[in-house]
Ligand binder design. Structure first.
Ligand code: GAR
Length: 198
């Protein structure tokens, strides 16, 4: 049986697109959720015939929780979802909720570090390398067991735009790879460590 996955987004959804374009032998994206009604990613999902959902604003956490539980999901992917997730939902998907972050965690992550703000901070700090991390989500932002990381070199003439673009291209590869391993039951969490199987 293919794993049933939901992808949560807040904006453009280029990582979602990478997932929609990938063909997973052991998984399928059955639902895309956005906290923003005008997120372009919703159109990407609709084009592929995938159900979309925007939680009720007045009752956000309950509405989201019920929708995701009723969908009988095996896993959730946070692909540029820029909203804090309620503890109850995190608990229900322990080691089954994958987040992608545009830096090498634990650098340039946590509250306030999202989207292009990360590239801005990387350039201001002057690090030579940054990258991409996928990890299982826990109650603390960008903190859970790391699945994959990939390094991206920072060039002396990089701008927020050029660096973000290069990082994003790597994100698209890493997110697909992470979901593929998850769907193949090839990620085993042992404390802070994720053992990668075949
Ligand atoms: C991506 O760079 C993703 O890593 C980042 O938001 C962007 C969404 O782009 N997520 C975070 O910063 C989470 N802390 P996309 O909508 O084009 O996939």
């Amino acid at each position: 049986m293919k794993k049933r996955l939901a992808v949560l987004i807040s904006g453009n959804g280029s990582n979602l697109q990478a997932l929609l374009d990938a063909s997973f032998t052991q998984g399928e994206i059955i639902l895309v959720v956005s906290n923003k009604r005008n997120a372009y990613g919703l159109q990407r999902a609709e084009k592929k015939g995938v159900e979309t959902f925007i939680p009720d604003k007045e009752n956000y956490d309950v509405s989201l929780y019920e929708k995701l539980m009723n969908a009988k999901l095996d896993g959730i992917v946070l692909a540029g979802y820029l909203k804090i997730i309620d503890k109850k939902l995190i608990g229900a998907f322990e080691n089954r909720m994958i987040n992608i972050h545009p830096s090498l965690i634990p650098s340039f992550c946590g509250r306030g570090f999202y989207g292009e703000r990360v590239a801005q901070a990387v350039l201001e700090y002057g690090v030579r390398y940054t990258g991409v991390t996928t990890h299982f989500a826990t109650e603390l932002a960008d903190e859970g067991p790391i699945i994959f990381q990939e390094v991206v070199a920072v060039n002396p003439d990089d701008t927020v735009e050029t660096l973000s673009k290069r990082v994003l291209e790597i994100e698209h590869q890493i997110i697909v790879k992470s979901v593929e391993y998850f769907c193949n039951d090839a990620l085993e969490v042992q404390g802070r460590h994720v053992l990668i199987g075949a």
